[in-house]
Design a protein around this ligand. Structure first.
Ligand code: KG4
Ligand code: ZN
Length: 404
């Protein structure tokens, strides 16, 4: 089955074309085409994602990205079709609020021969609703002009599936393999928008069992990075500082920097699976205010302590989740799952004698942060287990608060 997938939930615009074979116990995904544009630099001056700008950027970039993915996959065939008048009216009506996209579609896409895809998958939530609508309406328009069914996908399920697949070694084009997953499965999504534990006793059934009460982990990383004058999104850069600062942190020597105190470990001992990172972020703010100058040494030390705090809490909560919920597979997903230190700390937990029997699965390279490949994979698996597809006429909506 060939799948065209679209992701516009936040500030990454992404389109991919996958070929999928097999079922949930043995699936092979081949990436025939993949195009991704990160708008992050455009949002940098706002220190976070600015929804109306994200919406405009998605509308501007979806068609060029689609064309690029079609070309990669050898499915781009120009100059073949003429558009029936009612399809034109459908495009104009569906993309009423995305006028610019309607113009680009009418100019560039309507003459293409329908590509040899079987289904269109699209993220319909959760995320920034204005951004999600662009992708959803675009999928409906493509479904209409190419007469293809549409499978809406939950972005969080995409992150979870991304953590379950493994990169296929030495394959060209790039491939991913999904082998049998033992259930019950415990998942932890750590991204810019979410920090959630999810529990699943069988394929496709999810229950949220804990999560952040305020900021997500990614948000905390990005806000602390901003305090350290790192450009948005600063998670990766902050973790690089933390890595350099870690040796001094681990010496447990008396802190030589006046005003510097150890950061809190929020909700470490709370009797639940919830998190709270906003106090930690504020603690960093006060640290920076209280020391007279933010020297390089102090920046490294604060970054390391921040990362240590986050990882300590995540590991403790994961252990607590494992004691309350019988688990045969643990999976980490979302942008922050790219964090090396978090992977190391969780790796230590899952190699300790109590949990060594539970495999720890983490996303393959490139699948931690937002992408369309994971949306195509999750859509395929949903299709395999019988979730019905929709037609472009059906009531397909974006839902910023979509739950599991
Ligand atoms: O999953 P994602 O691409 O978007 C959402 O669905 O929210 O996650 C983006 C988040 C950003 O906050 C980014 O700073 C963070 O993931 N991130 C990291 C690292 N790489 C990305 N945070 C810490 N360490 C990293 N290596
Ligand atoms: Zn995401």
């Amino acid at each position: 089955m060939k799948i065209l997938s679209i992701e516009t939930s936040c500030d990454e615009t992404a389109v991919s074309i996958l070929e999928a074979q097999g079922d949930a116990t043995d699936t092979r995904f081949t990436v025939l085409g993949n195009a991704l544009y990160s708008q992050a630099h455009k949002h940098a001056e706002f220190g976070g994602v600015y929804p109306s700008l994200a919406k405009r950027e998605h509308a501007e970039n979806l068609v060029p990205l689609l064309v690029s993915a079609l070309r990669d996959s050898g499915m781009y065939e120009a100059g073949k079709c003429t558009l029936p008048a009612d399809d034109k009216a459908f495009i104009e009506h569906t993309l009423m609020r995305e006028e610019r996209l309607a113009r680009i579609v009418l100019r560039n896409l309507v003459h293409l021969a329908p590509p040899a895809i079987d289904v269109i998958t699209v993220t319909h939530g959760p995320g920034l609703e204005p951004a999600l609508w662009v992708g959803v309406n675009f999928a409906r328009v493509l479904g209409r002009i190419w007469d293809k069914p549409i499978m809406p996908v939950n972005h969080l399920e995409g992150h979870l599936v991304a953590g379950l697949v493994a990169h296929e070694p030495n394959s060209t084009p790039v491939g991913y393999l999904l082998d049998t997953v033992a259930y019950p499965l415990l998942g932890l999504i750590v991204s810019g928008g979410h920090t959630e534990f999810v529990y699943s006793t069988r394929v496709g059934a999810y229950e949220k069992i804990g999560g952040t009460r305020d900021d997500s982990i990614g948000e905390a990383f990005d806000k602390v990075a901003r305090m350290m004058s790192l450009p948005y999104p600063g998670g990766l850069e902050l973790s690089r500082l933390a890595e350099k600062g870690r040796p001094s942190l681990h010496k447990h020597e008396v802190l030589a920097i006046p005003g510097l105190k150890p950061l809190p470990r929020p909700m470490l001992h709370s009797d639940d699976l919830d998190f709270s990172f906003s106090g930690l972020k504020t603690a960093v703010k006060y640290q920076i205010r209280d020391i007279s100058t933010l020297t390089d040494e102090a920046r490294l030390r604060i970054a390391a302590d921040f990362e240590e705090s986050v990882c300590e809490v995540v590991v403790a909560k994961t252990e607590s989740a494992l004691t309350h919920f019988p688990t045969k597979t643990f999976v980490l997903g979302g942008g922050v799952s790219a964090n090396n230190y978090l992977r190391t700390r969780l790796g230590q937990l899952f190699s300790s004698s109590a949990y060594a029997h539970i495999p720890l699965r983490v996303p393959a390279d490139g699948l931690s942060t937002d992408n369309a490949i994971m949306i195509g994979m999750a859509g395929y698996l949903a299709h395999q287990r019988g979730v019905p597809t929709l037609s472009s006429e059906d009531d397909l909506r974006a839902n910023g608060n979509l739950a599991w």
